[in-house]
Every structure is written in structure tokens, then in C-alpha cells.
Ligand binder design. Structure first.
Ligand code: SF4
Length: 73
């Protein structure tokens, strides 16, 4: 079950499945506008920008997540 689900009101949802996340740090290192280390290495989704502006990078980060824990829909 995803830890966080975010909908920016324009139909973009970002989810992180904490159960499968390996805390590799990739997502919040590459896209700190969206992902934040919650303190134990696992990311929280904290949208601090217009998602549409970073959508291309967001999709790349989701694709590069080694455990497939980021779902953008
Ligand atoms: S990139 Fe994926 S595995 Fe790495 S910290 Fe983020 S959600 Fe977890």
C-alpha cells in the first residue's frame, strides 16, 4: 500500500510504495521538489512545485527507481 498519494488537481498522482522502497536515495537526490527524505532514508511525496513543469524528470525518476516503487498516473 503506498505511503503517500498526491493529486495536484490536474490529474497527476504520485505514489511511493514504502513496502518495496529500498531507500536508495535516488528520488530525493534527483527531484527534491517532489520527494523528501522523511529522516530514515525513505521518501515522502511533498510537492513543492508545479508537477507539470517537472513531469518529464518525474517520469524518468519513476522509471529509474530500482524497485519500481514510484507510481505516476
Ligand atoms: S528511488 Fe525508489 S527505491 Fe530509491 S528511495 Fe526513491 S522510492 Fe525508494
Amino acid at each position: 500500500m503506498p505511503e503517500r498519494v498526491y493529486n495536484n488537481g490536474r490529474g497527476i498522482r504520485v505514489e511511493v510504495d514504502i513496502d518495496t522502497c529500498t531507500a536508495c536515495e535516488l528520488c530525493y537526490e534527483r527531484l527534491p521538489e517532489v520527494f523528501v527524505n522523511r529522516g530514515d532514508g525513505l521518501p515522502l511525496v511533498m510537492i513543492r512545485c508545479n508537477l507539470e513543469r517537472v513531469l518529464e524528470e518525474l517520469l524518468k525518476v519513476a522509471e529509474d527507481c530500482p524497485s519500481g516503487s514510484i507510481i505516476v498516473s
